[in-house]
Design a binder for this molecule. Structure first.
Ligand SMILES: Cc1cc2nc3c(=O)[nH]c(=O)nc-3n(C[C@H](O)[C@H](O)[C@H](O)COP(=O)(O)OP(=O)(O)OC[C@H]3O[C@@H](n4cnc5c(N)ncnc54)[C@H](O)[C@@H]3O)c2cc1C
Length: 435
């Protein structure tokens, strides 16, 4: 990714559209983003709708408002939305705490957590221990289950009051849904699905960085004239902030005035189905396959292997598009981003649209018969050979070692180390966790 071209795009939004229009012609990279709002500009810059042509189409989305530039100096601090469900923080919340802390330190400002929900004391406390200096808590029964209207109504005035210069949310279903409403209400700029973030302490501008034009370029999108500078951040791209028990911070309970009868959405019930996507995103071990498997019946190879190592099955888009396996298994740009301890790639060429979804895995093990397959550029361990010979052999060997390890388990608590190398211990642990 590092050798790819970086296109700097400028975005303005809401009432700033006039300025956006003026600058549009001068923008590098060929994407003419005339008179679009930031959200639209960001999407267009990212080629989501086909790039420049789409940007042209979006001309119609011009929002005409009072062109007043807010007093940028009055905005300070980095705000993060601490997403939670059922009083459990979403993993992306602590990933935002990690990157948010770095940005705040670079700017010399506070990291401010925003928690909305019901009975979320423990989440607020953990936010402090994960690096927030201040946590604003909006606790109300009507916020128990996420609803756009209720959350936006509660959060937007608080953000307006607190005036963070940057405000980040996770690019989850909830975060993406909420971010759009908040950004349009505050009439500010939003970049969706960022994979990197940085900030310039001189200009205090957030570099909202995301793949663009089918991942071939990185777009750096700026929001120069509006605040807060908003971005959603793709889960699993940032290191989660470590928990520091005993870390001190201020927890502020914000009174919430919400009348259930004024909300248009009713939640009748929540169906608690095991979510296969969430399973893949949380897995410690992912066993992924691609077109090299040659026939859908050979998927059995993946599922058998996954069972032995306690892993979850992933797939390239090629075999998802071919209808071999459901889309909930797809890893990559248009699928899921995973960050397991071990990622097995069997018969996957390693196209950038695939690797962008798995390159942050701790250990990548690839089997491919083509020594020039790009997957070997991101693999830590690679085997050049026929997967139909190698995968079953690897599985048999891993099963043998795991059996040996698990046989020693009754004396557990004691020294499991010494007999096996680290890799198979990791696999054993994963197998136990998955069992
Ligand atoms: C807009 C866009 C979005 C995309 N999003 C995604 C995405 O989210 N995820 C994704 O995965 N792709 C995505 N793609 C597609 C991506 O570009 C590749 O086409 C795709 O990842 C290729 O899948 P593959 O590696 O399974 O197949 P191939 O590229 O066909 O690779 C198959 C590999 O298997 C190897 N092989 C064959 N037989 C054997 C054998 N017997 N033993 C060992 N190895 C063998 C071959 O050497 C080859 O390297 C996207 C593309 C576009 C344009």
């Amino acid at each position: 990714m590092s050798e790819e071209a970086v296109v700097k795009q400028e975005g303005t939004s809401g009432q700033g559209v006039a300025a956006g229009g003026e600058q549009a012609g001068a923008r590098p990279g060929g994407a003419v983003l005339e008179g679009t709002g930031d959200a639209a500009a960001a999407e267009a810059a990212a080629g989501r709708d086909g790039g420049p042509a789409a940007a042209g189409r979006k001309k119609a989305a011009v929002v005409r408002g009072a062109g007043e530039t807010p007093d940028l100096e009055s905005y300070r601090g980095v705000g993060i939305f601490i997403e939670q469900h059922g009083s459990q923080a979403a993993p992306v919340a602590w990933e935002l705490a990690g990157i948010g802390r770095k940005l705040a330190d670079k700017l010399g400002v506070e990291l401010i957590g925003f928690v909305a929900g019901h009975q979320v004391e423990a989440v607020a406390q953990e936010a402090v221990e994960r690096g927030c200096d201040r946590v604003l808590v909006m606790d109300h029964p009507a916020l128990g289950v996420y609803r756009n209207e209720a959350y936006a109504r509660v959060l937007t005035p608080v953000i307006r009051e607190v005036k963070p210069e940057i405000f980040l949310l996770g690019a989850t279903t909830t975060g993406r849904d909420l971010a759009g409403t908040i950004a349009t209400t505050l009439q500010t700029g939003l970049t969706a699905d960022c994979t990197q973030l940085d900030v310039d302490p001189e200009t205090r501008l957030l570099d909202a960085i995301r793949p663009a034009f089918l991942e071939k370029q990185l777009a750096v999108i700026l929001c120069k004239k509006h605040r807060p500078q908003m971005a959603t951040v793709r889960p699993k791209m940032m290191e989660p902030a470590p928990r520091q028990p005993g870390r001190q911070g201020e927890i502020i309970r914000v009174p919430v005035d919400l009348d259930e009868s004024t909300l248009r959405t009713r939640v009748l019930g929540v169906i608690d189905e095991p979510d296969p996507q969430a399973q893949l995103e949380r897995a410690d071990v992912v066993v992924a396959g691609g077109r090299g498997l040659q026939d859908p019946k050979n998927l059995k190879l993946l599922f058998d292997f996954a069972q032995v190592v306690g892993g979850v099955v992933g797939a390239s888009r090629a075999i998802v598009d071919a209808g071999w396996i459901g889309r909930e298994h797809q890893v990559g740009q248009t699928g899921l981003t995973v960050r397991p301890k071990v990622y097995f790639a069997f018969g996957i060429s390693g196209a950038i649209q695939h690797t962008v979804g798995m390159e942050n895995s701790e250990l990548i093990i690839a089997v491919n018969k083509d020594p020039d397959a790009p997957i070997f550029k991101v693999a830590d361990l690679g085997v050049v050979g026929d997967l139909f010979a190698i995968v079953p052999a690897l599985q048999a060997e891993l099963a043998r070692r795991l059996d040996a390890l698990l046989a020693e388990e009754p004396e557990a608590g004691g020294a499991a180390g010494g007999q096996e190398d680290g890799e198979s211990q990791g696999a054993a642990a994963a197998a136990r966790a998955g069992a």
